[in-house]
Design a binder for this molecule. Structure first.
Ligand SMILES: [Zn+2]
Length: 734
């Protein structure tokens, strides 16, 4: 068995790319690549991306695969298998990984490859035995939140998954399988009808349409190989395209019923045969040709599930004029934009034609290298991709496939009905804004809601997922790939958890400093002693310090109130006593060896009742440390204590405890010396800090830079692309 690897590349176009139509299956050595089963699993590498800290790449990956599985009429079924701890793509699993160090070798310096889909297949029958997808994390930055200068994970992956299932690049500019992506538009995410037709061709469901025909060379009865065959509905919507085989025959599958125009184009515009993995022959020695002619093309009526033969079309003789459109103009309904189709040898008097009533073209100017016009999407224009044509006075024409895409307006998330929600999830909240679409999904940080109900274009009802204590961005992703982010839109909080506190007794005159260890504390928590709100110092989600108020002697309860959560009541939390607390005003020396044996002189008050002195106490938690090996009370204002050996060197607090359970803490004693080789394992801090709400806020803050601040990444890719003069290396074989 011989195997070959196919490497596919995605390179940046500075202008946008959207979703549309023109599927081509990967064909090598006359064998069309194919999977033995329509159900294919993929395995996400647990290391994730160095650029994404909130795991939001996970839903991005899932949605990129899901968009292909969702294609109606296709039996392709891509399922998430077990995650893998290995980034290796050598095994039989289908690994999705971010290669941060070029450990794969696929991303040498200057490669310009953003992501790659190596496929292993059998030469005998094209059967795919393995496919993996690698992101070039070594040279590019990835995100899921529209940060300019980064590549969008879902956008890139939607394209790569097309290769994964066996599709080649598409010559339609607005298609997901167009070989170039943008760092400022993310419309690759949504599949076009052509991409969907590709998914149908890979795994044809029952009852799908089939359109066939034969293309002949100009003035010849022999077949024309590698011509692009395109089908547009007579209203102008571009639906599907494919290439002719070596005999000039073509088959289009999965087209919806309707009335079609069908025409052919040479693969020599914005995309050329160099962008194709397929190595079948590509002929370009002919001119674009419609069945029936450009002005009165033949109308082919396709009924549901039908098979339709278009018959023979002989291509027109080649012409000098070329177009080289390479970007998509996105138009919301009722809006206009100046559109330029570049090319060469464009004759004087050439015009721009749309061949659809959905678009209006005005103010046409041209010279030998471009045709430029104002293109207006009519107010009720159907959401779809449309071709534009350069037409010469003698009737010659060139096709710019799918260069205009009419889109729905972008969503905007303005508000959520509830800012603070439970970490446990399960709360129903309302998202308000504009231009939401049915089928949108909603992310809270990196966590996706399981249940989104589309109420109307201004309202979504969403059940919150379970999310750790944090402040998160809320993102609504419309099914057409457009998204909106409400920065720091929701805070996940939960009922406070109480583990322990110290000291548990203190003076009735108030002022006792109490350490509370637990969980789910945050800056907006409230603490009540017998109903009286008290001041606190927030240290972390797991630690707060309370400054006790004055209170009559006796036991009291503590109530902790977290937003949007049930209160937590701790009975017998603390006992106020009439005896004054001991206090520490100073001590000396301030440091000693970690091995212990230092006699420390403490000064303060109330020492007559002190029974324990502790060193090595954590100053934040009030926990840990060891009791002094010897203690002697000199007076009510002075005592001496000898340090025991400490588990690790560093800065610590010391604390004193009286027989009645009152106490005081003071920080500033340093244990010195090496930590090596003595069994010390560092701090032993029960209930130590791990989640800091304030730091979480900062981590989730995102700076959305203006679009003109394209990073050097874009520049490098642009340079790469210009250097190749539109040859655009689409695929590398070795
Ligand atoms: Zn590609």
């Amino acid at each position: 068995m011989r195997i070959k690897y196919i490497a596919t590349t995605v390179v940046c176009a500075l202008l946008g790319v959207a979703a549309t139509q023109a599927y081509i299956r990967i064909t090598l050595g006359g064998k069309t690549l194919n999977w033995s089963s329509n159900t294919i699993s993929y395995n996400i590498h647990t290391a994730g991306s160095d650029d994404i800290s909130d795991n939001s790449h996970i839903p991005a990956i899932e949605h990129a695969f899901q968009s292909w599985s969702d294609v109606s009429g296709s039996n392709i079924n891509l399922v998430r298998g077990a995650d893998t701890a290995s980034g290796s793509t050598g095994g039989s699993g289908h690994t999705i990984t971010f290669d941060e160090t070029n450990s794969s070798g696929f991303f040498p310096s200057g490669s310009g490859i953003v992501a790659i889909t190596p496929i292993t297949y059998m030469l005998a029958d094209g059967r795919i035995t393995d496919a993996d997808i690698l992101f070039n994390g070594n040279q590019f930055t990835f995100s899921t939140d529209q940060t300019p200068g980064t590549f969008d994970v879902q956008d890139i992956l939607a394209h790569e998954v097309g290769h994964f299932i066996g599709l080649d690049h598409s010559p339609v500019v607005s298609g997901t399988m167009w070989p170039y992506v943008s760092q400022t538009q993310w419309l690759h995410r949504s599949l076009s009808q052509d991409d969907e037709a590709g998914a149908i061709a890979v795994a044809t469901g029952s009852g799908q349409t089939k359109v066939t025909g034969t293309i002949r060379k100009p003035g010849s009865t022999s077949g024309l190989a590698g011509a692009i065959v395109s089908a547009s509905l007579t209203d102008g919507r571009f639906i599907a395209s494919t290439t002719t085989n070596s005999n000039g025959n073509f088959t289009l599958r999965g087209m919806p019923a309707g009335d079609y125009y069908i025409h052919i184009d040479p693969l020599e515009g914005g995309m050329s045969s160099a962008n194709l993995t397929s190595n079948s022959s590509i002929s370009t020695a002919f001119a674009p040709t419609f069945y029936g002619g450009f002005d009165n093309p033949t109308l082919f009526s396709l009924t549901p599930g039908a098979q339709l033969g278009c018959g023979v079309l002989t291509a027109n003789a080649d012409i000098a004029m070329r177009e080289s459109a390479s970007s998509t103009t996105l138009l919301e309904q009722g809006t206009s934009s100046l559109v330029t189709i570049y090319g060469s040898s464009i004759p004087v008097g050439a015009t721009m034609v749309a061949k659809t009533n959905e678009l209006t073209i005005s103010n046409i100017t041209s010279n030998s290298s471009y045709v430029r016009a104002t293109v207006t999407a009519n107010s009720a224009a159907m959401v779809a991709s449309y071709n534009l044509y350069i037409k010469a006075p003698n009737g010659d024409f060139e096709t710019a496939s799918g260069v205009v895409e009419v889109i729905q307006p972008a969503p905007n998330l303005a508000a959520v009905s509830q800012f603070k929600v439970s970490t446990a999830g399960g709360e129903t909240i309302t998202l308000s804004g504009t231009n939401f679409q049915d089928g949108a999904f909603v992310l809270f940080g990196g966590y996706e809601s399981d249940e989104v109900t589309f109420i109307d274009s201004n309202t979504l009802s969403v059940v919150t997922p379970a999310v750790p204590l944090s402040l998160v961005d809320v993102a609504v992703h419309n099914p057409d790939g457009q998204q909106t982010v409400l920065s720091e839109g929701v805070a996940f909080t939960g009922q406070a958890v109480f583990t322990q506190s110290w000291p548990t007794k203190g003076q009735s005159t108030g002022g006792t400093h109490v350490f509370i260890n637990g969980d789910n504390f945050n800056g907006v928590s409230k603490f009540y002693i017998d109903g009286q709100q008290v001041a606190f110092t927030f240290k972390s989600a797991k630690i707060v310090h309370l400054q006790m108020p004055a209170h009559a002697p006796g036991a009291v309860e503590l109530t902790i109130e977290n937003p949007a959560s049930p209160d937590l009541v701790v009975s017998d939390f603390f006992e106020f006593v009439s005896t004054s607390d001991p206090s520490i005003s100073d001590f000396t020396p301030r440091k000693g060896p970690r091995g212990g044996g230092t006699i420390v002189d403490l000064f303060g008050g109330g020492f007559e009742g002190v029974t324990e002195v502790w060193f090595g106490v954590d100053p934040v938690t009030g926990l840990g440390g060891k009791m002094a090996s010897a203690t002697s009370i000199v007076s009510a204002a002075e005592l001496k204590a000898t340090t025991a050996n400490n588990s690790a060197s560093g800065n610590y607090a010391l604390k004193i405890i009286t027989a009645s359970g009152q106490g005081a803490v003071m920080s500033g004693f340093t244990f010195e010396g090496s930590n090596l080789g003595s069994g010390g394992e560092g701090f032993d801090i029960p209930g130590g800090c791990s989640v800091d709400f304030e730091r979480e806020q900062q981590a989730d803050f995102r700076v959305l830079m203006p679009q003109y601040l394209l990073t050097i990444v874009g520049w490098l890719i642009l340079r790469n692309r210009l250097a190749k003069r539109r040859k655009k290396v689409g695929v590398k074989l070795d």
